[in-house]
Design a protein around this ligand. Sequence first.
Ligand code: AMP
Ligand code: TRP
Length: 329
Amino acid sequence: MTSKKTIFSGIKPSGDLTIGNYIGAISQWVTMQDEYNCIFSVVDYHAITVKQNPTDLRRRILDITKIYLASGINSKKSIIFQQSAVPAHTELAWVLNCCGAYMADLKKMTQFKDKAGDKQDSVSVGLFDYPVLMAADIILYDTQIVPVGDDQKQHVELARDIAKRFNNQYGPVFTIPEAMVKKEGARIMSLNDPSKKMAKSDENPAGAIALLDEPEIARKKIMKAVTDSGSEIIYDQKNKPALANLLTIHSSLSGESIKSLEKKFTGKGYGDFKKELAEVVAVFLIDFQKKFNKISDVDAKKILEKGRKQATKIAEEKMGKVRGVVGVR
Ligand code: AMP
Ligand code: TRP
């Protein structure tokens, strides 16, 4: 073992990944690979907490793997694997269900409340239990840091609580993890409605730009994005939330600071700014998709298999300890 800290993160294959996933999560992971032991998962058992078409799910698992690689996750530096290929995740989730997770915690989870809405009694138990599986993902690997978008902070907090409770009962088995959220770009909002997160499951595709969208379609989506009243290009989260979101997208993809964008567009209007942003997004997507298309399914599967072996080794060792302290096999 090296003295580097361990990070773990994952994305569920439940829809087409957006530039929100890239800016809020994946791009942050890429920069962490030299400094940390990195483990990145395609969390397919999280995806089935809502109904999935099996053929689409299988396709998306490979596509997310390729998206990780095209974004710059390097399988020589980082472990990339599919959650369901390492059964210790679901096994530990069961143990944590019994020894660490409380009903009251899960009932408080914002994501569950949002997703279940007024149907809390007819959604699957899996949707309710989702954060416990996520806690298992994280603590199996003695993860210290979990780089995620803002919306996942609450789940990481819960993973901390669960790990602490387990340790109190059985001794120091788990490392207590911490969330790491980017300052800028932690929450990219919908292009239609700046009060809603840009999400891969958005019913209205105009609000989200998928990483695999045709660049010309993405360009049109930016040109049609809602803007605020007024015409000045200034970053004002409170009074101009739609523009603040577009500025964040520009800055995250182009690398130009928001300050310098404000300066560049002094005296110009929303139309000029959007035209440039549309170009930035199109150029980004063309380059990204070129890299994505170079990776074959066979290559993606090979990388997942290598990751499965690496992850299994770590996870099984930890599960051995867990089984021991709990008193099962
Ligand atoms: P999900 O799409 O919910 O599976 O999220 C996968 C990762 O991407 C998590 O770390 C999220 O916090 C992050 N993420 C998802 N949507 C956004 C968004 N609109 N802005 C920033 N981060 C996001
Ligand atoms: N719940 C996360 C999301 O929706 C995905 C996820 C599952 C995850 N397991 C994880 C993220 C472990 C970080 C660490 O985005």
